[in-house]
Design a protein around this ligand. Structure first.
Ligand code: CA
Length: 235
């Protein structure tokens, strides 16, 4: 198997060293950037398979880096936030990060999340029970989801969507009308069995709705079953 490349953008050398040591031990290639500007450069030039991104960084903060990377790439991004503040977590997700972890984090949890996030980018290696038919195209109303091309179209126009948003949409759309709890989605779409915060699901659903729904306030595709979870409405 090809070695996966992880870009660590973090200005505290001790944390970089710990991450590097542990990720290399897991068999990953690790490249590091000690400031946001360099991080953004590497994110685009080195084509990493995953990015660990600190929030408080010199030259350009993690949110800015995340925003710029997202304009060009669907690479999984895990934000590392030093603060417990809710606003940081939500902001990171709003800007297109796939996940966040609050410092101090355990190395075990971090590597579990790295693995889970990398799994999403290697569909042929997933061992889940659910395997969508390859080349399948799902349509619902004016929405077209092309599973093979990782492409979503609405009114014949391609919608910019992150990998995680796509995975969530794919999971729901391939099993229309079936209601999933947030825990269930976290486990299946994010690949977490023990960790994770169900609010991550809510934020991603909201972001997805803003992109694919005519009126995100009264959705037609991604529906809420109050008190239970979410489902895809096959029009
Ligand atoms: Ca920092």
């Amino acid at each position: 198997m090809e070695q996966r490349k992880i870009l660590v953008i973090e200005d505290e050398q001790t944390i970089v060293d710990i991450l590097k040591f542990n990720l290399q031990k897991e068999g990953y290639e690790v490249i590091e950037a000690l400031d946001g500007m360099t991080g953004l450069e590497y994110a685009l030039s080195e084509k990493p398979d995953l990015i660990l991104l600190d929030v408080m960084l010199p030259r350009m903060d993690g949110f800015e880096v995340c925003r710029h990377v997202r304009e060009k790439s669907m690479v999984p991004i895990i934000m590392l936030t030093a603060r417990e503040e809710e606003v940081d977590k939500v902001l990171g997700l709003e800007l297109g990060a796939d996940d966040y972890m609050t410092k101090p984090f355990s190395i075990r949890e971090l590597t579990a999340r790295v693995k889970a996030n990398l799994r999403r980018t290697a569909p042929e290696q997933t061992t889940g029970t659910f395997i969508p038919p390859s080349g399948a195209i799902i349509t619902s109303g004016d929405l077209i989801v092309n599973l093979e091309r990782y492409e979503v179209k609405k009114y014949d126009r391609v919608i910019e969507i992150t990998l995680r948003e796509f995975e969530l949409l794919k999971f729901l759309a391939t099993q229309p009308e079936k209601i999933f709890t947030r825990e269930n989605l976290l486990e299946n779409v994010w690949g977490y069995e023990y960790y994770g915060d169900v609010r991550t699901v809510d934020v991603t659903v909201r972001r997805l709705r803003e992109k694919i729904e005519d009126d995100p306030g009264s959705p037609r595709y991604i529906m809420t079953k109050r008190g239970v979870g979410y489902y895809f409405n096959k029009a």
